[in-house]
Design a protein. Structure first.
Length: 518
C-alpha cells in the first residue's frame, strides 16, 4: 500500500479513536437526558422546558443548554427527542449550538484563561448567534413537515421501576440505532482533517495580525469535533500566545457547537434548502462577530509567540519522517486514552452490545406501557408511585442544578488536594526534563498546567476570591512552563538551557504555591 495512503488511514484512525474517547462521557449524559425527556417530561413537558411557542423559546433553550454537560455529539440524542416532541426549530437550533459551548465546568475553567470579561463576552456572543440564527431558522423551516404518528403517551404520573427500565432500554436501543450512526458521522470530520491538514500546519495559521485568521479557523472548525473543556484549553493557549481573538470565538462556536453529524441530521429531518439557509446564516453571523471583536479583544501587553500547538490535535498525528505502522498507532492512542476514557469506552461498549441484542430480539420500550397500564388498572402500586408532572419537572430541574454544583466541586477540588496533585506533576515534569526524557516531561507538563487552573477555580468557588497576587503568580508559573515546553521541543535538545529554566521554575513555583497555602 502507498506510504502516503497508509499514513492517512492510520492518522484518521488515531483521530477517530481519540475523538470517540473524548465524546464518551458526554454522549452517555446526552442519552440519559434524552430518555428522561421521553419518559418523564413527555411531549408537553419537553415543549414547556424549551419555551414552547413563546418568544422566550430561544433564550430559554440557550440557558438550558448552558446548564447541561454535553458536547456536540452528546446533544444528538437530545435533538432527536426535541424533534419528536415538536419543539420549535429555532429553539432546537439554539440548543444545538449553545449546549456544547458552555457548561458550569468549562465556564469556570474559561474564567482562568483570560480576562473574565472576554469569556463573558463570548457567552453573550453565543446568545446573539443563536438568537439571530434561530429567528432565521424559524422562518426558513416554518412550513417543514412535522413528524406524524408520535408514540402513544404513557401516563406520566406513574413513576417506578418499569419507567426506569424504559429509560435504560431507550438509551441502549438509541445507541445501537440512530444516535450511534450520527455519532460516527460527527467523528468523521476528524478523519477528514487528519487527511487534508499536514503535520504542524496549524501552528502559525491564526496569528492576531493575520486578516484571514477567523476565515481560516471557520474552514477548520466546521468538521472539527471538540469537547467544551478541550475548546476552553485551546482558547487558553490562544490567549497565552496572543493569537487572533476572532479565530478563538469561531473555534468556540463552530468547533465546539457544530460537526458533520449535526449538519447531516438537520438536513435529513428538515430538508436541504432550509438547512442551507440555516448553515449560511450561522457561518456569516459567527464570522461577522469574530471580525468585529478581533481587534478590541487583543490582550494588552502580550507579545505574539509566532506559533502554537493548540491545534496540532486536528492535523495528521503522524510526522512525515516517521513510518506509519500499527505499533505507532497503538502507541499514540495509548498516550491519549487514559484510564477514565477506557472505563467510559467499556461502559459504552456494554450498552452498545445490549442495544444490538434488544434490536435483534425485537425488545422495545413499548413493553413498559403494558406494565404501567396493568399497575394503573389494578391499583397495585408496589414500588411505583403516583407523582404529578409539576413535581417531576421541578425535581428534574433542581436535580440538574444540584448535579452541576456537585460536579464543579468534584472537578475543582480544594487548594490542599490541588497542591498535592501539582507537587506530583512538578516532580515528574522537572525530573524528566532534567534527565532528557522529553516525551515524559511534556506529558506531565500539560497536567501541571491544567492543575494550575483548577487550583484557581477550586479556590474561588470555596473562598469566593482569588487575590491579584495569586493570579499574577499563576500567570508567571504558566509562562515559565511554556518556556520549558519550548526548550524541550528545541532540536537539538540543550541540557544546560533546560536546567536554567528549571531553576527559574523552582523559585516562581515556591512563591506561587505559598500564596495558596493557609
Amino acid at each position: 500500500m502507498n506510504e502516503m495512503l497508509t499514513s492517512i488511514i492510520y492518522g484518521g484512525l488515531i483521530r477517530f479513536v481519540q475523538g470517540a474517547a473524548s465524546a464518551t462521557p458526554t454522549l452517555l449524559v446526552g442519552l440519559l437526558i434524552a430518555a428522561v425527556l421521553r419518559y418523564y417530561l413527555r411531549t408537553k413537558g419537553t415543549q414547556q422546558l424549551f419555551g414552547g411557542q413563546s418568544l422566550r423559546a430561544l433564550p430559554q433553550s440557550w440557558a438550558i443548554g448552558m446548564l447541561l454537560p454535553v458536547c456536540s455529539i452528546g446533544v444528538i440524542p437530545i435533538l432527536i427527542e426535541m424533534r419528536r416532541a415538536k419543539v420549535k426549530p429555532g429553539a432546537l437550533s439554539a440548543f444545538a449550538l449553545s449546549a456544547p459551548l458552555f457548561n458550569p465546568l468549562s465556564l469556570l475553567y474559561g474564567l482562568t484563561l483570560s480576562r473574565p470579561l472576554v469569556i463573558l463576552m463570548f457567552a453573550f456572543g453565543s446568545l446573539l448567534v443563536v438568537t439571530i440564527v434561530g429567528l432565521i431558522w424559524d422562518r426558513a423551516a416554518r412550513n417543514e413537515n412535522r413528524p406524524a404518528g408520535a408514540e402513544p403517551e404513557v401516563d406520566s404520573e406513574i413513576i417506578g421501576l418499569s419507567r426506569l427500565l424504559a429509560v435504560a432500554t431507550h438509551m441502549m436501543r438509541q445507541l445501537a440505532g440512530p444516535v450511534g450512526f450520527w455519532s460516527v458521522i460527527a467523528l468523521s470530520g476528524l478523519i477528514v482533517l487528519a487527511a487534508v491538514l499536514p503535520w504542524g500546519s496549524m501552528q502559525s495559521a491564526v496569528e492576531q495580525d493575520d486578516l484571514w485568521a477567523p476565515a481560516t479557523m471557520t474552514a477548520v472548525s466546521i468538521p472539527v469535533y471538540a469537547t467544551p473543556m478541550l475548546a476552553m484549553s485551546q482558547l487558553g493557549m490562544m490567549f497565552q500566545h496572543a493569537n487572533s481573538p476572532g479565530a478563538a470565538f469561531v473555534l468556540l462556536v463552530l468547533g465546539t457547537g457544530m460537526n458533520f453529524g449535526i449538519l447531516a441530521w438537520f438536513a435529513v429531518n428538515y430538508g436541504f434548502k432550509p438547512v442551507s439557509i440555516w448553515f449560511v446564516s450561522v457561518v456569516l453571523t459567527v464570522m461577522g462577530i469574530a471580525y468585529a471583536i478581533n481587534q478590541p479583544l487583543i490582550p494588552p501587553g502580550v507579545e505574539p509567540a509566532g506559533h502554537t500547538h493548540a491545534f496540532d490535535i486536528y492535523t495528521t498525528p503522524i510526522p512525515p519522517s516517521v513510518p506509519a505502522d500499527f505499533g505507532l498507532v497503538s502507541e499514540l492512542i495509548s498516550k491519549s486514552v487514559a484510564l477514565p476514557e477506557m472505563i467510559g469506552f467499556a461502559i459504552l461498549a456494554c450498552l452498545l452490545l445490549a442495544g444490538i441484542g434488544l434490536r435483534v430480539f425485537g425488545i422495545a420500550e413499548k413493553k413498559v406501557t403494558v406494565a404501567e397500564n396493568r399497575v394503573a388498572a389494578n391499583s397495585e402500586l408496589g414500588f411505583d408511585r403516583i407523582v404529578s408532572p409539576q413535581v417531576v419537572g421541578a425535581t428534574m430541574l433542581c436535580g440538574l442544578i444540584a448535579v452541576s454544583i456537585v460536579m464543579c466541586y468534584g472537578y475543582y477540588p480544594g487548594p490542599e488536594e490541588a497542591l498535592e496533585e501539582i507537587r506530583v506533576a512538578r516532580a515528574e515534569t522537572l525530573t524528566a526534563a532534567g534527565s532528557g526524557q522529553i516525551e515524559h516531561a511534556l506529558h506531565w507538563l500539560g497536567i501541571w498546567d491544567d492543575w494550575s487552573r483548577r487550583l484557581e477555580v477550586g479556590t474561588y468557588i470555596r473562598k469566593f476570591e482569588v487575590r491579584p497576587y495569586q493570579r499574577m503568580q499563576g500567570y508567571l508559573i504558566r509562562k515559565k512552563l511554556e518556556l520549558l515546553e519550548h526548550e524541550l521541543e528545541h532540536d537539538p535538545f540543550e541540557p544546560e538551557e533546560t536546567k536554567l529554566v528549571i531553576e527559574q521554575i523552582f523559585s516562581v513555583n515556591k512563591r506561587w504555591t505559598d500564596s495558596f497555602r493557609e
